[in-house]
Design a protein around this ligand. Structure first.
Ligand code: MG
Ligand code: MG
Length: 250
């Protein structure tokens, strides 16, 4: 069932969202060649706990990390590892949730390690822009299909693959709630958006095919063709005009 939040609940969501967004920025500031993804995960966990919150992902479905950290062709759900080190030229996706006051935030971003290729930078830029194209449609009275269609038509129009197997979602008391918010769809179709709904919009965009597969660790999702992938996500609150970006902190 879709939950609509009142202003008090939205204030709690904003608090969870701010900590989530800040944790990503703290991680970003530690990204450098040679750091392990486990070290980044620990930095994120420490920050969230210092804020009095809990990492939403830790233990979720058995996930062993506080953040999902996914490199290059890894799309989402990368498991932090003490044996996995960032290298110059990598792109790294940091996906974080923080839980406080009964509510979750959920946000992800993609960062370059040192100097990255023009192809990688363009992918990151297109992914972020596709998010904002979708969010422009995230207005009370529109439907989730308006969001997905704006994302897909933009990114696919530029020749990118838009991941379909994993989608955005409602977020609030639970990390994943109704409705599903696909990054594709038909304008005017799908669940209706109401003021006070809180959803995570999260395009996952590939340089090649949109197809993905899950590795033997049963978590890490990679592009089927090995191409680069980027991810950009914010938790937003639907309003009558522009939505509020609850996890955006700068
Ligand atoms: Mg996320
Ligand atoms: Mg999400």
């Amino acid at each position: 069932m879709v939950q609509v939040k009142n202003s008090e609940q939205l204030a709690s969501m904003r608090k969870a969202g701010r900590i989530t967004g800040e944790a990503i920025l703290v991680a970003r500031d530690h990204i450098k060649e040679g750091i392990s993804t486990k070290e980044l995960d620990t930095i994120i966990r420490n920050y969230i706990e210092k804020c009095g919150a809990k990492p939403s992902f830790l233990g979720y479905g058995g996930f062993p990390g506080s953040a999902c950290i996914s490199i290059n062709n890894e799309v989402i759900h990368g498991i932090p590892s003490a044996k996995r080190f960032l290298e110059e030229g990598d792109i790294v996706k940091i996906d974080v949730g923080a839980y406080i006051g009964g509510f979750h935030g959920d946000s992800a971003n993609t960062f370059g390690v040192g100097k990255i290729s023009a192809e990688a930078q363009k992918l990151i830029d297109v992914t972020r822009e596709s998010f904002y194209r979708g969010v422009k449609m995230a207005v009370s009275g529109k439907r989730v299909g308006d969001i997905g269609s704006a994302i897909a038509s933009y990114a696919e129009g530029l020749g990118y693959g838009v991941v379909r197997k994993f989608v955005g979602h409602g977020v609030g008391k639970n990390l994943h709630e109704d409705p599903e918010v696909p990054n594709f769809g038909t304008a005017g179709r799908g669940a209706r958006l109401y003021s006070g709904m809180t959803i995570a919009v999260e395009p996952m965009i590939n340089c090649g095919t949109r197809e993905v597969k899950v590795l033997d660790d049963e978590w890490t999702v990679v592009t089927a063709d090995g191409s680069l992938s980027a991810h950009y996500e914010h938790t937003i609150a639907i309003a009558d005009g522009e939505p509020l970006l609850l996890t955006f902190v700068e």
